[in-house]
Design a protein around this ligand. Structure first.
Ligand code: PHB
Length: 395
């Protein structure tokens, strides 16, 4: 009897201890902060989704999966990359059914534009990690963008081409993909290059869906400008570069200059020697020489991904969310988070950056780079830069 009583009171003691351990845990532990991450994980722009998703994983691996006492939970949705109404519906569901406190991702401009009203209605921050048409943040006061804009990376390249008289780039044909970021790039290049005394002889626009660049490249070859300026969204660069070489534009002495989307780091292995010597402008190169970037590129490589610019938009997007949560002491109220995000400055793997409090876009260094083989790896090697450069908008 005695033994039994002892045993049972021992059991009660254990249960009571367990209960005291558990009760505070359930009472005190805050709900997780939920981030709805909408990305093209399938379809023609799936590389953007894979890059950003991997970067988000690397961020949580290196910074932990909780901040300011809150666990940060990622809810990933694949929007396929081509249908704005699908992205908008996913954003709506994430807000109303999953009760996320932040929506993030947005691989292409039309997808970000369609989703902006959801952020406004729900009063949740919308972290645009990839889409790069200048006007996007004006579509909702809840948007912050952690990538770049096309005018921001195009203007320094036009200025560089004008300034380097020895290159003899006096006449240019522009070729862009015919939608928001391409039109931003074209307008910016034309206005800056012309203002500097250059001449744009023709402006060509290729469709976003299933583009065939061959007729455009042939036309450029026949017209014989000193150079061609190109913008295509990431994922398309390999096709353009192969056709450029196949049609012999390089041998015809036509220089190629472009925004860095063309020589996307994650496509450089496929593009290879076809792009040797091509000059581009951009805010990020996997070859950026800093200890922070080397560590980042190594972590991404462990996931089988060569870090590219979209991934850095994702990585820094997570940084902005984490830092904002630190500032609010874990409060995930949308207005408070947004206020905490505005004006943040930090050393990104791309270099020093500030999230402009006024425009909610990045102020960052834009680098001029040249494609070269560095120890067996085709890379965008930075050789010139413009620091603290803001999106100039479209003039
Ligand atoms: C965009 O749709 O805004 C976009 C996508 C890919 C890029 C640049 C811009 O490389």
């Amino acid at each position: 009897m005695r033994n039994i009583r002892l045993r049972s009171s021992g059991l009660w003691a254990v249960l009571a201890t367990l209960a005291t351990l558990m009760v505070p845990a359930t009472v005190v532990a805050a709900e997780p902060v939920k981030i709805g991450l909408i990305l093209p994980m399938s379809g023609p722009f799936a590389s953007t989704g894979k890059e950003i998703e991997s970067a988000v994983r690397v961020y949580q691996k290196t910074h932990g999966d909780s901040v300011a006492g809150r666990k940060v939970e990622i809810i990933l949705r694949d929007d396929g990359g081509t249908q704005p109404d699908v992205t908008k519906r996913l954003a709506q569901e994430l807000v109303t059914k999953d009760h996320v406190q932040v929506i993030a991702g947005f691989g292409l401009t039309p997808l970000a534009m369609a989703s902006a009203p959801i952020a406004t209605q729900a009063k949740v921050p919308m972290v645009v990690m990839a889409a790069a048409t200048s006007i996007i943040p004006t579509k909702s006061p809840y948007i912050v963008r952690t990538g770049f804009t096309l005018p921001q990376v195009t203007a320094p390249l036009a200025d560089w081409a004008v300034a380097h008289k020895e290159l003899k780039i006096r006449s240019v044909i522009t070729m862009v993909t015919d939608y928001g970021p391409g039109i931003d790039a074209e307008k910016t290049f034309v206005s800056r290059f012309t203002a500097g005394g250059g001449k744009v002889v023709e402006s060509l626009r290729a469709p976003l869906q299933n583009p065939d660049f061959a007729p455009f490249l042939q036309r450029i070859k026949d017209a014989k400008p000193d150079a061609v300026f190109i913008f295509v969204p990431s994922g398309v660069g390999t096709a353009v570069m192969k056709q450029f070489a196949e049609r012999g534009l390089d041998k015809a002495g036509i220089r190629l200059i472009a925004t860095g989307d063309l020589t996307d780091d994650n496509e450089m292995e496929n593009i290879g020697a076809a792009a040797q010597g091509v000059v581009t402008s951009f805010h990020y190169s996997a070859a950026h020489d800093s200890p922070e970037n080397k560590a980042y590129v190594a972590e991404m490589a462990k996931l089988g991904v060569r870090a590219n610019f979209h991934s850095v938009g994702g990585y820094d997007g997570m940084h902005v969310i984490y830092e904002a949560l630190k500032k609010t002491g874990g409060d995930s109220n949308g207005d408070k988070l947004l206020a905490a995000m505005k004006g943040l400055s930090w050393l990104s793997v791309r270099g020093p950056v500030t999230l402009d409090a006024e425009t909610r876009d990045m102020i960052q260094t834009v680098y001029i780079r040249r494609v070269a083989n560095v120890k067996g790896v085709w890379s965008n090697v930075e050789f010139d830069k413009v620091e603290k450069f803001k999106d100039p908008g479209v003039q």
